[in-house]
Design a protein around this ligand. Structure first.
Ligand code: XMP
Length: 511
């Protein structure tokens, strides 16, 4: 089925995928394409509208990405955002100037609410600005439909030609009515009807994958986490048993997790799943290792080695599936960021597996969109709603060296915590919650006996992006119950503490 299409023309701004996501949220399908895509190609796609994104360039500097004048004569509605608006201004011979100071942050804006773009929005509202240059006088035929104290043309429109520009960023949450503004553009100006839903994404991806893979072989490293699970099931729906999943069970998973993964994917979805049980191999490598980074490196390397060895048995494959999602793309794209922790995503790229190409069906999606796709293709809710779990698993939740006994203790304590959170009905509100085996033993008393046992820390955070987080205010009664159960039911634990640090300065995981 052919959907209404919006083109997001990419000029290199940092929020481009966020614009695409906002469009999808209003049930309109969109594609992000590079700004220098030939205009004929764009016309051939028959879009209902085009959005020019922001970008770091300056319109009148040499080599700045621009479009030709003909774009504005196509009769296709266009919305320029930030740099996109400056392009519209510059190409249509308006004045673009440099502001005295870079304008950054939340700004009061006054809108002309007669404009279709701002229909239903308050006259005075707030917008998010992040720019140094701006259109200082609109092009001929345009009217000013929004202004701020420092930005005379914060929004402009050529109603007849359906050309609109906003200097601010409607796509970010700091513009509280931004989503409605975008929706107005899509529905009132582009006249979209909203004929697209996430399950269509799943159907279309499955069709595309089917066509691409044909009768070839595909390999996937399945961890049981949300991303790799959704990616694997999508591929499985497309090509069935041509897909082989390798599930490396490194023995560092949560209680019963390995068996759950096997049951669901192997039995319920009838997928070709190879479970490699290599707990001993990993534990051997980790004996006596307490340094967090060394643990991560060992586990990452060992994981690749096991995966490669299994893949060799299968022989040459044509494609390798990865559950990369959009935030991973950004994260690995930041070249100058300091390494706080060397992240290991199960499914990381092996060096010695023969394959032709990588397939990343979720590359443009945000986490909650991936969950939606998962639901649409019938992955059970407990798996789709699963909280993030780090690739190195419980190894980085045991401070100090790792032993089988410590792992079992942590697994039991963590299970009780998670069970009580679920029973209390507060799980959906928490970003991530788990137990940590601190490297502390302390004195306690049980019955008339002195004990000298482990301290378990409970960690729970509220977060939307996992970059920053606050500790969760879990009601004391729930914490009390968890504490009681752990010291009673788990051997070798006599003390429970609750972690009350935010991120920063702490991180979510302890290692
Ligand atoms: P931190 O501890 O850095 O964690 O605040 C942020 C988020 O990342 C998860 N995490 C990982 N995920 N491989 C992963 O796939 C890793 O090596 C890894 N280390 C941390 C962590 O659980 C939290 O959600």
């Amino acid at each position: 089925m052919k959907h209404e299409l919006i083109i997001v023309l990419d000029f290199g701004g940092q929020y481009n995928q966020l614009i695409a996501r906002r469009v999808r949220e209003t049930n309109v399908y969109c594609e992000v394409i590079h700004y220098d895509t030939p205009i004929e190609e764009i016309i051939a796609k028959n879009p209902k509208g085009i959005i020019f994104t922001g970008g770091p360039s300056v319109v009148f500097e040499e080599g700045a990405p621009l479009v030709g004048k003909e774009f504005f004569e196509l009769g296709i509605p266009i919305l320029g955002i930030c740099y996109g608006t400056q392009i519209m201004g510059y190409v249509l011979d308006a004045e673009v100037s440099k502001a005295e100071h870079r304008e950054y942050g939340k700004t009061d804006i006054e809108l002309n609410t007669e404009s279709l773009l701002f229909k239903g929005i308050e006259k005075e509202t707030i917008c998010w600005m992040s720019h140094t240059y701006y259109v200082s006088a609109p092009p001929a035929g345009f009217e000013i439909i929004g202004s701020t104290k420092t930005c005379p043309v914060a929004a402009m429109a050529h109603v007849e030609k359906k050309l609109y520009g906003v200097q601010f960023h409607p796509e970010v949450v700091h513009t509280p009515r931004g989503k409605d503004i975008l929706k107005n553009f899509l529905y009132n100006i582009c006249e979209c009807s909203g004929d697209w839903i996430m399950s269509d994404f799943a159907k279309e991806q499955i069709e595309k994958i089917k066509e691409k893979i044909g009768d070839k072989k595909v390999l996937c490293a399945l961890s049981g986490g949300v991303d790799s699970s959704v990616a694997a099931v999508l591929i499985h729906k497309a090509v069935g048993k041509q897909l082989t999943c390798i599930f490396v069970d490194h023995g560092l998973l949560r209680k019963d997790e390995g068996d759950e993964v096997e049951t669901i994917f192997s039995r319920e979805f009838d997928m070709n799943l190879i479970r490699v049980n290599c707990e001993d191999q990993f534990l051997d490598k980790l004996v006596g290792i307490s340094d967090p980074e060394t643990k991560r490196k060992i586990i990452g390397e060992e994981f690749i080695r096991v995966f490669e060895a299994e893949a060799k048995k299968i022989g040459v494959v044509d494609y390798l599936v990865q559950g990369t999602i959009y935030p991973d793309v950004i994260e690995s794209g930041t070249k100058n960021a300091a390494v706080i922790k060397s992240h290991h995503n199960v499914g990381g790229l092996p060096d010695h597996v023969d394959f032709k190409e990588i397939i990343e069906p979720l590359r443009d999606l945000f986490k909650d969109e991936v969950r939606e796709v998962g639901r649409a293709i019938g992955i059970p809710e407990f798996l789709v709603a699963r909280q993030p779990f780090p690739g190195p698993g419980l190894a980085i939740r045991i401070i100090g060296d790792i032993t089988k006994e410590k792992l079992d203790t942590l697994r039991d304590a963590d299970f009780i915590f998670r069970e009580e959170v679920q029973n209390a009905g507060i799980a959906a509100g928490l970003g991530q919650y788990f137990a940590v085996l601190t490297n502390i033993r302390s004195v306690g008393v049980m019955g008339d006996e002195r004990t000298y046992s482990h301290t378990i820390a409970l960690r729970s955070v509220d977060t939307s992006d996992f970059m920053t987080a606050d500790w969760s205010r879990i009601p004391h009664e729930i914490l009390a119950k968890v504490s009681n159960r752990i010291v009673n039911e788990v051997q070798n634990v006599n003390r429970i503490v609750y972690d009350i640090t935010s991120k920063p300065p702490a991180t979510i995981e302890w290692e």
